[in-house]
Design a protein around this ligand. Structure first.
Ligand code: SIN
Length: 303
């Protein structure tokens, strides 16, 4: 019997497979399809202080081996998430979850994280400084070392929960941003969020996405994400949650060899709601095939 469990900061996970924020709602929506307790954890829909309707439609553009989204952080706001969404999820999911906190100003991130800190069910905060679909805040915090440092440091002061910072690949040097977050007190790094992209409708000769640009994700970005996880692993001494185009158990193993302690699955959930279940079921077989007994032994093994 192979051992798929991993340690992610203070969280012990049965397996490293976690649905990525924004691709799995608040989790309970999937409980009617299968027993979601098989998941390592769940990263909840990106949450802001105020409720948000999100960007105008169309918000999605299909691409070869991926898609572009410009959802714009649609969510019911932190208070609703704490009062309604998390209790609903707790009815069908027994493990700690990851709160993905987004914002437009440091005080907003701080307020949301302080509220999340008081919720037992939240085992980890994923500070999202990488959303490419909002005009201020979001990704702009993740493209300079100073702003990444400032927001991480401010949030660190209001929570003792494990704090992972989710980074954008649209930064000049993601490894330097990761190091700045570590210096500010982050317990880990999540990467990568989506790559900025666009499509043009040949018939109308106008951008497909109402907001013009959006975040590109899916299997096409996997080699880019892998390269960035590899680089960040060499730049920091804190654990990494790797993501970006992961769609098979083999991808999970490759991501862990690059340096990830756990792996998030994003766009694959939009194509197939059973994607995480299939990957979790495949993982032991893939490990046996590759002669891996303990999954945690391979973290960073490619370095
Ligand atoms: C969105 O809601 O626009 C996507 C969230 C993200 O990319 O962080």
């Amino acid at each position: 019997m192979v051992n798929t469990s991993v340690q992610l900061s203070s969280l012990h996970l049965d397996n490293p497979v976690i649905p990525a924020s924004g691709t799995f709602g608040f989790g309970y929506e999937f409980a009617e399809l299968y027993d979601i307790n098989i998941l390592g954890s769940i990263s909840l829909k990106g949450t802001t202080r105020e409720p948000r309707f999100g960007n105008p439609t169309p918000r999605i553009a299909e691409c070869t081996a991926g898609l572009i989204n410009s959802v714009g952080l649609q969510n019911p706001g932190i208070d609703q998430v704490i009062e309604h969404e998390i209790p609903k999820l707790s009815e069908c999911y027994s493990k700690p979850v990851i709160a993905n906190i987004s914002g437009f100003a440091i005080d907003e991130y701080v307020e949301c994280c302080a509220k999340a800190d008081k919720v037992d069910k939240i085992g980890m905060i994923e500070l999202n400084i990488s959303c490419p679909n909002v005009h201020n805040g979001g990704m702009s915090f993740g493209t300079s070392c100073q702003s990444a440092y400032d927001v991480t440091k401010a949030v660190r002061e209001v929570t003792k929960k494990p704090l992972f910072v989710k980074l954008t690949p649209n930064a000049p040097n993601i490894a330097e941003i990761a190091a700045a977050c570590e210096k500010a007190g982050a317990d880990g790094i999540s990467l990568i969020n989506t790559l900025l992209g666009m499509r043009i409708d040949l018939r109308t000769r106008k951008p497909v996405i109402a907001n013009v640009k959006g975040g590109f994700s899916g299997p096409a970005v996997f080699p880019v994400a892998l390269r960035m996880v590899y680089e960040v692993y060499e730049a920091v001494d804190i654990p990494i949650m790797g993501m970006g185009g992961v769609s098979s158990a083999a991808d999970v193993i490759e991501m862990m060899l690059a340096g990830a302690s756990a792996v998030q699955v994003g766009a694959a959930n939009l194509k197939d709601p059973y994607a995480c279940k299939n990957i979790i079921e495949e993982l032991p077989k893939e490990m046996e095939k590759l002669g891996i007994e303990n999954l945690s032994d391979i973290i960073g093994g490619a370095h």
